[in-house]
Design a binder for this molecule. Structure first.
Ligand code: GLA
Length: 391
């Protein structure tokens, strides 16, 4: 991230000088009128560009409760999620940038992004299928992370608004792209439901055996984006076990009991309460950056986690068909750039991710649920981030 500081700063000077006429988004609004909510979302013009020969744009999903979600087809990224707080004040709970170019210039952050072909890490950046070895770019120490440097988070997806609340994104990843075998066609449908759920349906098919693990990397802050760190959030994860990691953050293969450790979120617990505890795993992750093994780790739709802010009363439930969830507490956030919405910087632990997924390094861990997709099969998973006011 640091290596890109100069680029970030240069882009910043350019964008500052060019931003006189462009609106900047604010975190909260006292009014629930459609106009004032729209003012909280970056302007569409900031997202209309041609990247890799394709049009990018900002798409706004709306439901009947005035909830709005803004998504760009550059990296399939969620830019804003506007929900009411306990006093009815509309609040943006997703971290995001003011302009599409800010997403192009970020490195190792993945704000709001669709992650693929393989979310999370693959140890030593290689794996085998049917005896054939595939080598990937090592972009996180010795490991391959989040689909590689030009993973799905950097691609322009074909976009189609199916109605006011549904956006369909499609991307065809070529055989050999980022080292992965097979032409993979991925469709992601984002829909905003009338019970304030942001539903994400992922499907993919391939013409050659490959590995697939798709997720979304939105950074949330239920205090409102830009409103301090997330240590005051109260989190429950329905997981009796997690996958401890080595120094490269690759699972050791063990499924470890959370009981008696700072990873026990089976009862709702304040995130910051144990984050600095003396614990080898917290030390390795620089805080929470671990995969939890969901109870009922099958393909049924189930509640994976619930998290809430005591300040705004906003809660978010995560439901998924996936067997795992990565809780990342924003330990690598540095807050050096000010390209966040409304010119904000996002410092250390001011956002969290709950990335539903298959377990990291599954291609090299035969005992983990498989991530291999073969021709004729359809990869199909669903995750819902559902917002409410804590009662
Ligand atoms: C993931 C990883 C983290 C970190 C973030 C992005 O969630 O698990 O270690 O790389 O992405 O900074």
């Amino acid at each position: 991230m640091k290596t890109n500081l100069v680029l970030f700063l240069a882009a910043g000077i350019l964008s500052l000088s060019a931003c006189d006429s462009s609106q900047t988004a604010s975190t909260t609004s006292d009014s629930t009128s459609t106009d004032s909510i729209s003012n909280m979302i970056p302007s569409k013009a900031n997202y209309q560009d041609t990247i890799d020969g394709k049009q990018t744009d900002l798409f706004i999903l709306k439901n009947s409760n005035n909830m709005q979600v803004a998504i760009t087809n550059y990296g399939g990224r969620v830019v804003s999620i506007i929900v009411p707080d306990k006093d009815g004040k509309m609040t943006d709970v997703a971290l995001g940038y003011e302009k599409v170019s800010n997403y192009q210039n970020e490195e190792g952050v993945y704000f709001g992004a669709l992650i693929g072909r393989y979310g999370n890490r693959i140890g030593d950046a290689k794996f085998k299928i049917d005896g054939a070895e595939y080598k990937l770019a090592a972009n996180n120490g010795p490991a391959a992370l989040h689909g590689g440097p030009t993973g799905f988070h950097t691609r322009v997806w074909d976009a189609k608004m199916l109605n006011d609340y549904t956006l369909e994104l499609t991307y065809v990843s070529k055989d050999g792209e980022e080292g992965y075998p097979g032409n993979l066609t991925t469709t992601v449908v984002y829909s905003l439901t009338d019970d304030n759920g942001l539903k994400i349906d992922y499907t993919a098919t391939t013409d050659k055996a490959t590995v697939v693990n798709l997720t979304n990397h939105t950074y949330f802050n239920l205090n409102g984006e830009g409103n301090g760190d997330i240590n005051n959030h109260i989190l429950k994860i329905n997981a009796a076990k997690y996958t401890p990691v080595d120094a490269a953050l690759i699972p050791t293969g063990e499924l470890k009991d959370v009981a008696g450790t700072p990873f026990d979120f089976t009862k709702a617990t304040v995130v910051g309460e144990r984050v600095e505890a003396k614990d080898e795993q917290l030390k390795l992750g620089k805080g929470y950056d671990h995969n939890f093994v969901l109870t009922n780790a099958d393909t049924a739709m189930k509640q994976a986690a619930v998290i809430s802010s005591p300040v705004t009363g906003i809660s978010m439930e995560v439901l998924t068909t996936e067997p795992g969830i990565q809780f990342y507490g924003g330990n690598f956030m540095e807050g050096v750039d000010k390209f966040g919405k409304g010119g904000k910087a996002y410092p250390f632990r001011t956002g969290f991710c709950l990335e539903t997924q298959h377990f990291p390094d599954s291609p090299n861990k035969p005992a983990f649920p498989t991530t291999t997709l073969k021709p004729g099969e359809t990869y199909k998973t669903t995750t819902i981030y559902k917002f409410a006011i804590q009662q």
